[in-house]
Design a protein around this ligand. Structure first.
Ligand code: NAD
Ligand code: IPM
Ligand code: MN
Length: 362
């Protein structure tokens, strides 16, 4: 198959981890006889430096034309002045909104070989396999923001339609999994959460009677997620709660550097990015964990290109690298760990072992 993939490296470790994922996608293309083309564009701080805008028009246009978008991360101290007029993060929010990517899928499945990297006791981690569906284009991130004298406000808004579509997405995923959805809100305090709970209850009752739905308040959810992570299947929640809970959930897997994501919507184009940020503290050192971005590339193969076998092959290759003990510093005991290149090379080597070569017809 032919596919055009727009690559948005962004800032900090973004260029290092997207380069790794592109190498893996090239290897997949070669092995399975696909033609993938990669078009690199600017976003975030790099785009502000070059053009003054965090999401230049040609970047958005390229993304809209593409079959899929692979993104690294945006942001960093250089652009973090609280008084700055433009910020790298605005570019990320703008592209999510413009592409209509309301469902952000963040799978969490601790790898047996990496259990030691987690601060959680291993016996709580075996069998954990959960999928967080984070609403991505609404809520407090996108409501009106104001400064009035010595006060500031951020408005949190949700419409019924916005809640319905993301809950439907979560339920559809749950149908193909264990049939359980946990909807997370703060309905004891927030009006948006009371609407969220009402809509989630109705959607499941009317459209997904086979799904068991449970409601959980976000504060106690933060605790349960660490205390009994095995009990969760699909977790659906609003934008900011999903952001926070998934960084927490990364500690089940052992590192932020292991969690991929897929952002999907009503439109044709999906966006794929690790859940971590630009990691300014390690940027440029060649030590960033590339697995989260490589696993995001696997989600791209699955969700945007419909290449399930290829997606599985990439996931098996990362599993294989972890099984072989190829750990970057974030996963290894202090002072140990291989660099980004060696970890990527290990995945490429596993690809050779795990994936069926192309059968050439004569
Ligand atoms: P961060 O995710 O960048 O880093 C948190 C910690 O995790 C750091 O110690 C970092 O070194 C480590 N880490 C993250 N990814 C890693 C990887 N692949 N390998 C090894 N270690 C890794 O979060 P932060 O420090 O709070 O934010 C830094 C900047 O990134 C901010 O400007 C923020 O806005 C931005 N950010 C961007 C995205 C995105 O583009 N999607 C996501 C989160 C944060
Ligand atoms: C993420 C990030 C972004 C978010 C920031 C950089 C805008 O933390 O992708 O998780 O909060 O959505
Ligand atoms: Mn985040």
């Amino acid at each position: 198959m032919q596919a055009e993939i727009v690559v948005l490296p962004g800032d900090g470790i973004g260029p290092e981890v997207t380069a790794a994922a592109v190498q893996v996608l090239r290897a997949v293309a070669q092995r399975y006889g696909h033609q993938f083309s990669f078009e690199e564009r600017l976003i975030g701080g790099a785009a502000i430096d070059a053009t003054g805008e965090p999401l230049p028009l040609d970047t958005l246009a390229a993304a809209q034309r593409a079959d899929a978008v692979l993104l690294g991360a945006v942001g960093g101290p250089k652009w973090s002045d609280p008084k700055a007029k433009v910020r790298p993060e605005q570019g990320l929010l703008a592209i999510r909104k413009a592409l209509g990517l309301y469902a952000n899928l963040r799978p969490v499945k601790p790898h047996p070989a990496a259990l030691g990297a987690s601060p959680i006791k291993p016996h709580l981690l075996t069998g954990v396999d959960l999928m967080v569906v984070r609403e991505l284009t609404g809520g407090i991130y996108f409501g009106a923001k104001q400064r009035r004298g010595d006060a500031a406000s951020d408005l949190c808004e949700y419409t019924v339609a916005e809640i319905e579509r993301v809950v439907r997405h979560a339920c559809t995923l749950a149908r193909a999994r264990r049939g359980h959805v946990t909807s997370v809100d703060k309905a004891n305090v927030l009006e948006t959460s009371r609407l969220w709970r009402e809509v989630a209850t109705r959607v499941v009752r009317d459209e997904f009677p086979e799904i068991t739905l449970e409601h959980q308040l976000v504060d106690s959810m933060a605790m349960h997620l660490l205390a009994k992570p095995r009990e969760y299947d699909v977790i659906v929640t609003e934008n900011m709660f999903g952001d926070i809970l998934t960084d927490e959930a990364s500690m089940l897997a052992g590192s932020l550097g292991l969690l991929p994501s897929a952002s999907l919507g009503a439109g044709r184009v999906g966006l794929y990015e690790p859940i971590h940020g630009s990691a300014p503290d390690i940027a440029g050192l060649g030590v960033a964990n590339p697995y989260a971005t490589i696993l995001s590339a696997a989600l791209l193969l699955r969700h945007s290109l419909g290449l399930e076998a290829e997606a599985r092959c990439v996931e098996k290759a990362v599993d294989g690298a972890l099984d072989a003990g190829v750990f970057t510093a974030d996963l290894a005991p202090a002072g140990r760990g291989v660099g980004t290149r060696a970890a990527t090379a290990a995945v490429l080597e596993q690809l050779e072992l795990e994936c069926q070569p192309v059968v050439l017809r004569d």
